[in-house]
Design a protein around this ligand. Structure first.
Ligand code: SF4
Length: 450
């Protein structure tokens, strides 16, 4: 029997190789077989070392003795973990707001019930150089019970960058409760975040002031967020923004908006183009385009729905070469897409070890659908009567196809079982907010029509 590096083992070796001069010699001794497997593609039992321990840790995999070296070389060259730079913990989808463009609007709200499983994710991520962790939601600051314990754990294990995305609902508030603790004011809250080890506070901005406040149904929130940047800095934290592009302002108006945000966040600069580029290029910010899933209004730009895209345009590399985030949803699902359940199906950290999930990413339906260029195979099963000209954004169409194809495969639905396929279409359209939803809205307590 021979051994080769797993996806996780390969990423580990490459990362360790970059810092080998600073490594504990005992550790290097233990993992020497991994370096041999990196250099020679395979190793055998005769190579000695702690092979069983490395196998059990998910660093190595068994392969037949006559494995084709070309196959292993290709596998190494296409490691799905090679472009990951951070971990995103969704932690909770519970939220106090009811944003018009929320992607989770058609789904049941969920909150993390196994925070200990996330510690295991931290333990696995840091050795492969993933030292950045982003807490996203929902509103983690309000509903993420225990999230600050996880922040402390991340920092104690060598995590360097820990951020939270928030609407900033607490700015200007006094005597408020956040994730089970009471704070005298926002200054006291920021101090607690800093002391817990958080490094960045990322505020959502969905467009110019009027668009933002109207979309979030919270008058005055935009102004409070902009004023909040200096409060964050005063507490020793770094303020950053999560921007949605395409809501309210487009073209020159969007450019003006971005230049304005940049000047408040970083300070004014004479060169407007530079101000915008600086904001969009800063990896600590989140920048995403509006996509018409969830509670989002249908996009104004008519594309003709699924028929407007070629199969190649609907192929997304992120499902087989994810970048930048390894995303862990509140359900425990590893998901490689932020939209609804488009990137689910790789495995669940509540029930399976995360290293095992990472080592088998290539077996997941969604991975194979996109890596093997088979997106077009699902296209005929999407029900035009339900979806019509929606969704209009390519990512929305990918979401529908992924969810539909995966459900058909997981449930073993035959291609001529029209009734079952129709039922899955209805389910998918409901979750994507295309059909009137039956899910009670988290903020208003009843289904909200689109
Ligand atoms: S489908 Fe769109 S949103 Fe989802 S991973 Fe691909 S590019 Fe990102």
């Amino acid at each position: 029997m021979s051994f080769t590096l797993s996806h996780y083992g390969l990423r580990y070796v490459r990362h360790l190789g970059r810092s080998v001069g600073d490594c504990d010699p005992g550790l290097l001794d233990r993992v020497r077989p991994l370096f041999r497997a990196y250099a020679h593609l395979t190793i055998s039992e005769d190579d000695g070392g702690e092979l069983e321990a490395l196998l059990a840790g998910g660093f190595l995999e068994r392969v037949p003795d006559d494995v084709d070296p070309g196959t292993v070389r290709t596998r190494y060259a296409r490691n799905p973990l090679e472009h990951l730079t951070r971990v995103a913990f969704e932690y909770t989808t519970l939220c106090n707001l009811d944003c018009r463009h929320c992607r989770n609007g058609g789904l049941e709200a969920q909150t993390e019930t196994h925070p200990e499983a996330l510690r295991r994710v931290v333990d696995a991520a840091i050795p492969i150089g993933l030292t950045r962790f982003d807490f996203i939601g929902g509103e983690v600051t309000l509903f993420g019970k225990g999230w600050l314990d996880l922040v402390r754990y991340i920092r104690s294990q060598g995590g360097l960058h820990v951020s939270v995305l928030t609407s900033g609902w607490f700015l200007g508030e006094t005597n408020f409760l956040a994730a089970g603790r009471r704070y005298a004011d926002d200054g006291a809250y920021f101090r607690e975040l800093r002391e817990s080890g958080l490094t960045h506070v990322v505020f959502s901005l969905d467009g110019p002031e009027e668009t933002h406040d109207e979309g979030r149904r919270t008058p005055g929130l935009y102004r409070r967020v902009l004023e909040g940047f200096s409060k964050v800095r005063a507490a020793g934290l770094v303020p950053r923004v999560s921007l949605v592009l395409g809501l309210g302002a487009t073209g020159a108006a969007m450019y003006d908006w971005l230049a304005g945000v940049s000047s408040v966040l970083y300070g004014p600069v004479a060169e407007r183009d530079y101000a915008v580029a600086r904001l969009l290029d800063d990896d600590d910010n989140y920048v995403s385009n509006l996509v018409d899933v969830g509670t989002c209004e249908p996009l104004g730009r008519a594309t003709g729905g699924i028929g407007a895209f070629t199969d190649e345009e609907l192929r997304c590399r992120n499902f087989f070469r994810p970048r930048p985030s390894l995303r862990i949803k509140a359900s425990g699902e590893v998901s490689l897409c932020p939209l609804v359940e488009a990137g689910d199906g790789y495995g669940n950290v509540h029930t399976r070890d995360v290293v095992d999930i990472l080592n088998h990413l290539h077996e997941a339906f969604v991975y194979r659908l996109h890596a093997e260029k088979r997106v077009g195979e699902v296209r005929p099963f999407l029900d035009p009567g339900l979806f019509g000209s929606e969704p209009r954004h390519a990512c929305g169409v990918r979401t529908a196809l992924n969810m539909l194809g995966r459900a058909m495969e997981e449930r073993g639905v035959a291609q001529d079982d029209h009734e079952a396929i129709r039922a899955i279409n209805v389910e998918v359209a409901g979750k994507m907010g295309i059909l009137p939803r039956e899910i009670r809205n988290r903020a208003i307590g009843r289904p909200r029509p689109r």
